[in-house]
Design a protein around this ligand. Structure first.
Ligand SMILES: Cc1cc2nc3c(=O)[nH]c(=O)nc-3n(C[C@H](O)[C@H](O)[C@H](O)COP(=O)(O)OP(=O)(O)OC[C@H]3O[C@@H](n4cnc5c(N)ncnc54)[C@H](O)[C@@H]3O)c2cc1C
Length: 503
């Protein structure tokens, strides 16, 4: 029966940064990272804009970054957490750079700081328009060279195991599906770190990749852990409108920071009607304004207008975005770029304290799957990669001190799934997934939500999914879909009428 001191679920920025920091501090501990697909298949590698850090105390200040974050979160952030994250940012950035990540500098050799919606200052460090890819690549290259870290790709964690002793619940292991060998197995652990990312795939239009199905939320909820603020899903205003494509390609907020306009079908800028900051208002405001405009004009998208910008400079800053547009016959220097809002970031999640500890002491949650108190109702642009670094650091320091108290459980669990056939036919579930996406999108974006009806429909989808399986088999797509249903149900329940959504 395999065992590891620490199991990390997910290989995005939070899981990898946590693993490296902990492995270096504690070479005596065995650390295993399981990730459900290829290691780089993450939200992290898609991040474009960059990471928000106050680096120039003459022009900018922690106070301003704190104020911007609190304002964006609409009074629902935890101010102490906001301060902690923003004040730690320069140190965490330094560590990331020491690990090899490169960020752009200007001709004067200073950081080439980008501006994004809701920020009162230029403070976004970036690697051209592929900051996440740079970070993911550099962290992964270190992971593979670190002796006490084992990285297992195509290993999908499907259930957490808990045991209760003297009224205290501990997380003692996890069941996982080893896709390489088509087998379900069990691993014993002393602590588990969930870094499973978000749940954008619950929505019809999303910028999130296929892995973002809310697995961490669903598994934690089944283990009895508190989940909070799932009613606050952030929609990004400028996803490239491309019909039914999933995920939608993102046109970074930094493009608006660079001076692009958002215009309607009559080629008029309309955002100033909604907020004095126009294109540079926060994402919730811009997304909502675009949706209203689309509804009023009965159009399927609005446009991003980059035609007035310095094209050489635009290309230098946004080579990947330019290349993507060009590949589909769009040339931002002369064409309007059609855009729609798309589900982008889960502001709520698994409730954690300032050390990333959940309501179970040896279960941690870091990165997008966690609700730390930083984002409130609406995450400030480029605060997410930062949050992932800070909470990975906090959790790593905490686990270093607490792990001694957690020993391996002597219970050797026989995989409860071991006697069944494993099936892997995704096709019928694709149809159900589309129905679920439609349901959650219309429920979430409606001003008159019918919670009861939505819950009933979830139940019907669950029945349909269950009808697709045989008692003696376990179907991996069923597990995926069940996680999506569980997370969807949590969103619906937490979207009670008195709680406003962020769109
Ligand atoms: C297009 C795009 C652009 C963005 N741009 C920015 C930006 O510029 N700045 C910024 O701050 N933020 C940005 N974000 C948000 C940011 O990228 C994410 O919030 C952040 O990268 C999340 O990191 P993470 O470590 O929490 O998880 P992720 O990077 O999402 O990784 C999750 C990992 O968990 C694994 N996983 C999930 N379920 C399981 C399971 N059951 N078993 C095993 N493994 C599992 C996945 O396979 C994956 O490896 C962007 C997001 C997107 C989608």
């Amino acid at each position: 029966m395999p065992k590891t001191d620490i199991l990390i679920v997910g290989s995005g920025i939070s899981g990898l940064f946590f693993a490296i920091k902990t492995a270096r501090k504690r070479p005596d501990l065995s650390i295993c990272i399981m990730t459900k697909e290829k290691a780089n298949n993450t939200n992290t590698q898609l991040a474009q804009g960059g990471i928000a850090v106050v680096t120039n105390q003459l022009k900018d200040s922690f106070e301003q970054h704190i104020k911007d974050t609190l304002k964006s979160g609409a009074g629902l952030c935890d101010e102490e957490i906001v301060k902690m994250v923003i004040q730690q940012a320069p140190e965490r950035l330094e560590e990331l750079i020491e690990l090899g990540a490169i960020f752009d500098k200007n001709k004067e050799g200073q950081w080439d700081l980008g501006l994004e919606g809701g920020h009162s200052q230029h403070r976004i460090l970036h690697h051209k328009d592929s900051s996440g890819l740079e970070i993911e690549k550099k962290l992964l290259s270190i992971i593979t060279q670190t002796a006490n870290i084992e990285l297992l790709e195509n290993h999908q964690v499907i259930e957490l195991n808990t045991e209760t002793k003297r009224n205290e619940v501990n997380c003692t292991g996890a069941f996982f599906y080893d896709k390489n060998n088509n087998a379900i197995k069990y691993i014993r652990t002393r602590a588990i770190v969930l870094s499973t990312g978000g749940c954008g795939q619950l929505f019809e239009n999303t910028t999130n990749p296929a892995i973002a199905t809310g697995d961490g939320i669903a598994m934690a909820a089944r283990a009895g852990v508190e989940i909070k603020d799932m009613q606050y899903m952030q929609f990004h205003p400028t996803a490239l409108a491309s019909g039914n494509k999933n995920p939608l390609f993102l046109i970074s907020e930094a493009v608006r920071g660079f001076g692009a306009y958002i215009i309607n079908d009559e080629h008029k800028r309309f955002l100033f009607k909604y907020d004095l900051r126009g294109e540079l208002a926060t994402r919730d405001i811009v997304s909502r304004a675009i949706s209203i405009e689309m509804l009023e004009t009965q159009k399927k998208h609005v446009y991003l207008d980059c035609r007035h910008l310095d094209q050489a400079d635009f290309f230098k800053h946004f080579p990947s975005i330019s290349a993507h547009c060009n590949a589909i016959g769009l040339y931002p220097e002369k064409d309007l770029v059609p855009i729609v809002p798309a589900a982008h970031y889960q502001c709520g999640g698994i409730k954690v304290d300032r050390n990333g500890v959940t309501t179970i002491k040896n279960l941690y949650a870091i990165g997008e799957c966690a609700q730390t108190g930083l984002h409130g109702k609406n995450r400030l642009a480029s605060n997410s990669l930062l949050e992932a670094l800070v909470f990975a650091h906090q959790a790593s320091n905490n686990i270093d001190k607490t792990i001694a108290a957690f020993i391996f459980s002597s219970k050797i669990l026989l995989p409860k799934f071991s006697t069944v056939n494993i099936k892997n036919n995704y096709e019928p579930y694709q149809i159900l997934k589309k129905e679920l996406q439609k349901l959650i999108t219309s429920f979430y974006t409606s001003d008159e939500r019918d919670t009861h009806l939505a819950m009933l429909k979830i139940k019907m989808l669950k029945n349909e999914a269950e009808n697709l399986i045989d008692k003696n088999e376990i179907t991996i797509p069923f597990i995926d879909f069940s996680n999506m249903l569980t997370t969807a149900l949590i969103i619906i329940k937490q979207c009670q009428p008195e709680k406003e959504h962020s769109y």
